[in-house]
Design a protein around this ligand. Structure first.
Ligand SMILES: Cc1cc2nc3c(=O)[nH]c(=O)nc-3n(C[C@H](O)[C@H](O)[C@H](O)COP(=O)(O)OP(=O)(O)OC[C@H]3O[C@@H](n4cnc5c(N)ncnc54)[C@H](O)[C@@H]3O)c2cc1C
Length: 409
């Protein structure tokens, strides 16, 4: 069996946005760390997908610190206002129940929308430039931890040894299963239909979330007169809608979109992503941790999944680099448990919040509609409470990892 690399400090399985951000954060903080990323695809070929991501203000601060922001800034559309309506599909006028306007800090919007086809390659290029080693055309088949390190066997039969193995291999994480870590949660029988539209009138940075009976329908502003759509439907209906010809799909889209931005036109492909809530029962084991969707998948209703993965990357990089600076073994379970404690509460809180919001808003029962109308109206009339929500959406929390405050590790 051939060794594909000398022993390394941190091996990361998965060159998604979370795995690559972690690799970049580690190399930026301590260039002497050897960091390798294992993925079937070469890092240089990372292209992103048809979605756009709402990047919270705290995540933007990290991307600035990591030198990624300058590569995405031209395509980053600030969200200057968030409007929420609760209505039925046939309602001619959709009353606004809640709106958030303005910046979270002066000159700092609480989020930006960035197409994944801009964001993901920018992170990948920065990781390569920082000296992250890549082991491409490979997946992790099996691993075995001992006192001195973890032996990792790849599908090709090659092996490598590391002090720490991080699973960033997505929602169906093979590594999580290999480590014997189960999950709690469930599939929603909902899918998120994603597409991009061009519209006649400017959105002026306004993001709109229509809570329709089948689930949230989000219109998220992109640069120019364009918006990214995330449209929740029952999975069987989503499959039918995505399979329609362009003309019929556009009609269905326009019924939900509303008339505010004038005529709309499809401006990209469309796909449906199955939605679930799924949290790993543990985030850490000896010489092994989970991060990103491998640790937690949530409903995209609040656009927070990747932001949570960024927080994992920032917290784990800080824990590893600090442990190494004081001479600790970076794969020791007590070091890794610090990461787990740091990230677990925030993860559970966000998963519960998005789960409750989805159940509350994907429901057409009259008492539930009344309760949410009263609830939203109340929040809208209390500026203090609105500010708290806005700061949470921006990811501002005194317990944030240093990178998310824009500071170096
Ligand atoms: C419709 C929709 C809209 C969303 N919108 C937002 C948003 O606006 N804002 C936001 O913050 N989040 C959003 N999210 C969530 C976000 O997209 C995910 O949380 C994020 O992409 C997860 O990234 P990841 O790197 O953890 O996993 P992935 O992107 O799934 O990457 C996993 C990587 O692991 C590799 N891999 C798999 N198996 C192996 C193996 N055995 N060995 C090695 N490598 C392996 C894969 O090739 C892949 O490169 C949305 C999600 C959906 C479904």
């Amino acid at each position: 069996m051939s060794r594909v690399s000398d022993p390394i400090d941190v091996a990361i399985a998965g060159a998604g946005s979370v795995g690559l951000t972690l690799a970049l954060a580690l190399k930026k903080a301590d260039p002497s760390l050897s960091v390798a990323v294992i993925d079937p695809r070469p890092i240089a070929s990372v292209k992103g997908d048809d979605r756009a991501s709402a990047i919270a203000a705290s995540a933007r601060r990290m991307l600035v610190r990591l030198g990624v922001w300058s590569a995405v800034a031209a395509d980053a559309q600030p969200i200057t206002e968030m409007v929420i309506t609760d209505s039925k599909l046939r309602d001619a006028v959709r009353p606004v129940f809640l709106s958030f306007v303005g910046d979270v800090e002066p000159g700092e919007p609480y989020a930006h929308m960035i197409p994944n086809e801009t964001l993901f390659p920018a992170i990948a290029q920065a990781a390569l430039a920082a000296g992250v080693r890549e082991i491409s055309g490979e997946t992790v088949r099996i691993f075995d931890a001992d006192d001195g390190g973890v032996d990792i066997r790849l599908d090709s039969g090659g092996t490598l040894r590391a002090s720490l193995l991080v699973a960033c291999d997505g929602v169906r994480s093979r590594l999580r299963g290999l480590a014997g870590i189960g999950t709690v949660g469930e599939a929603y029988d909902q899918s998120g239909i994603v597409t991009t539209v061009r519209h006649e009138l400017p959105h002026e940075g306004r993001a709109v979330e229509h809570f329709l009976p089948a689930g949230p329908f989000a219109i998220l502003p992109l640069k120019g007169n364009r918006s990214s759509i995330v449209w929740t439907e029952r999975s069987i209906e989503a499959k039918r809608l995505v399979g329609l010809d362009d003309f019929s799909f556009e009609i269905e889209l326009a019924r939900r979109f509303g008339p505010e931005l004038g005529e709309i036109r499809l401006d990209g492909s469309r796909s449906a992503y199955p939605l679930s809530v799924q949290i790993a029962r543990a985030f850490a084991a000896p010489r092994f941790v989970l991060a990103g969707d491998a640790a937690h998948a949530i409903h995209p209703i609040a656009g927070q999944g990747l932001n949570m993965g960024f927080r994992d990357a920032a917290a784990l990089a800080e824990v590893v680099v600090e442990a190494r600076r004081i001479g600790l073994d970076i794969g020791a379970i007590d070091v890794l448990e610090r990461y787990e404690r740091w990230r677990r509460f925030d993860t559970l809180e966000m998963a519960a919040t998005t789960d409750i919001l989805n159940r509350l808003f994907s429901n057409d029962l009259a008492p539930v509609r009344l309760a949410r109308t009263v609830g939203l109206g109340l929040v809208d009339r209390l500026p203090g409470l609105k500010r708290v929500f806005m700061r949470q959406a921006a990811g501002f929390d005194p317990n944030e990892p240093r990178l998310l405050r824009g500071e170096a590790i």
